[in-house]
Write a protein that binds this ligand. Structure first.
Ligand SMILES: [Zn+2]
Ligand SMILES: [Zn+2]
Length: 101
């Protein structure tokens, strides 16, 4: 279960794995926001408890991809709107299938 939205975590991918692909995306489009993404991910990781296991790396997960992607997307819309569309396109797979936007 996700500690933020109380939904069962399906297609579990941990914040570390999501963060890694977001950082790669940010490096190409706007390197200045990489540190912000790290910081946001760090804050999310503070919700620490035993959860599901990441299908990619085996880490514990307690926040679903939906909540993390949504937070980053809304923050981009607010602070860096010019990058929000690219985020949607780049994370189309995660957002449509994992994040259920
Ligand atoms: Zn959630
Ligand atoms: Zn992982």
């Amino acid at each position: 279960m996700c500690v933020l939205c109380d939904e069962a975590i399906t297609n579990p991918i941990c914040l570390d794995c999501l963060q890694r692909s977001m950082e790669q995306w940010a490096l190409e489009i706007k390197p200045g926001i990489v540190e912000d993404i790290k910081m946001k991910s760090f804050i999310f990781k503070a919700y620490d408890h035993e959860g599901t296991t990441c299908v990619v790396c085996g880490n514990n997960i307690n926040i679903c991809a939906h909540c993390f992607c949504k937070d980053i997307y809304e923050w981009l819309l607010d602070r860096h709107p010019e990058t929000a569309e690219s985020f949607l396109v780049s994370f189309n797979y995660e957002i449509r299938s994992l994040c259920r936007f």
